[in-house]
Design a protein around this ligand. Structure first.
Ligand code: ADE
Ligand code: ZN
Length: 325
């Protein structure tokens, strides 16, 4: 399939951190406006710094990048730029992650963050004809109490959210640590997603299912290490939101050819392809799809299955999903 064909096929994106769409140009522009001193001389130096050996290596720069986001209009500009990109890429629905604690820890009020992001989302509905929903994620390297406090702060804004997620440094922070706060999330009628089996073992995926009752697993590529887990993910049709460029940049796999996408599909898993943090990992959704398809020798029918899965795995109301299937 060529780029022009893929671009015009409708698709949903289900694993995208809005803070990870902060392109170096906007990073500099906002740093200038908000008088934040960056440790880079210019845009080329930023791009050169985006070489990571692990998830933590990346997260250190990702949290540093967030420091330029200070006003509601900064969050609006960031989100609007991504949503315009969605329109150009044939993304008709997107479920956007954001990290409340990444901002409140710097003294930015949660209302400021949500006001800016949700204004861009509302405008995308009317001006771009695309739908977007929001998923706040708890940072798993912080304490359970911090997540519980954040959940309290989010209460006035629950109508904006379809789900709550779990992200940040995986190793050493298993899902069980957040069992109680996600019980509250479910009681509030929200879905649950969790990063699991990215750097962490298959046991963390099991933990996300059993302790958090996750409806969808973000990444999940290490599930193949546990045959019984794969059988369960297939039987329950728990989707995996796979992010090929991310996995290469963070050294989960050496290259796209040695990633396990074909094997995940062959196992009967409901796999979707997403861009995760495109400004840091070198490409948006269509580049991820086309390059991994080429490296894994996926045929056009398999690409269409991946696009269908993106709607099946979404939290869109059933009748809206059906319109795309
Ligand atoms: N936050 C942003 N991107 C992430 C990823 N790929 N894994 C965990 N936390 C993240
Ligand atoms: Zn992610």
């Amino acid at each position: 399939m060529d780029f022009a064909t893929l671009k015009q096929l409708p698709k949903a994106e289900l694993h995208l951190h809005i803070e990870g769409t902060l392109e170096p140009e906007m990073l500099f522009q906002l740093a200038d406006k908000n008088q934040v001193v960056l440790p880079y001389a210019d845009i080329d130096a930023v791009r050169a710094a985006y070489q990571f050996n692990s998830l933590q290596d990346f997260l250190d720069l990702y949290y540093q990048g967030m420091s330029v986001l200070q006003t509601a209009s900064d969050f609006y500009d960031l989100t609007w730029a991504y949503l315009e990109r969605c329109q150009a890429d044939g993304v008709v629905h997107t479920e956007i992650f954001f990290d409340p604690q990444g901002h409140t820890v710097r003294g930015i009020a949660i209302d400021v963050v949500i006001d800016g992001i949700s204004r861009a989302i509302a405008q995308a509905h009317t001006r771009l004809g695309l739908s977007a929903s929001l998923i706040p994620c708890f940072l798993r390297h912080l304490s359970e109490q911090d997540a519980l406090d954040t959940w309290q702060e989010l209460q006035p804004h629950l109508a904006h959210f379809v789900a709550v997620g779990l992200d940040s440094s995986e190793l050493g922070h298993p899902p069980e640590k957040f069992e109680r706060v996600f019980a509250l999330v479910r009681d509030a009628g929200l879905k649950v997603v969790a990063h699991a089996g990215e750097e962490g073992p298959a046991a963390y995926i099991l933990g996300a299912l059993d302790s958090l009752k996750a409806n969808r697993i973000d990444h999940g590529v290490r599930c193949l290490e546990d045959k019984a887990l794969v059988d369960r993910l297939v039987a329950e049709q728990i989707p995996l939101t796979v992010c090929p460029f991310s996995n290469i940049k963070l050294k989960v796999f050496a290259d796209l050819a040695s990633s396990n996408l074909q094997a995940l599909l062959d196992a009967g898993l409901c796999v979707t392809i997403n861009s995760d943090d495109p400004a840091y990992f070198g490409g948006y959704i269509n580049d991820n799809i086309l390059q991994v398809a080429a490296a894994q020798q996926l045929n056009d029918e398999q690409i269409r299955v991946l696009l269908g899965n993106s709607f099946k795995a979404s939290f869109l109301p059933e009748e809206q999903k059906q319109a795309f299937l």
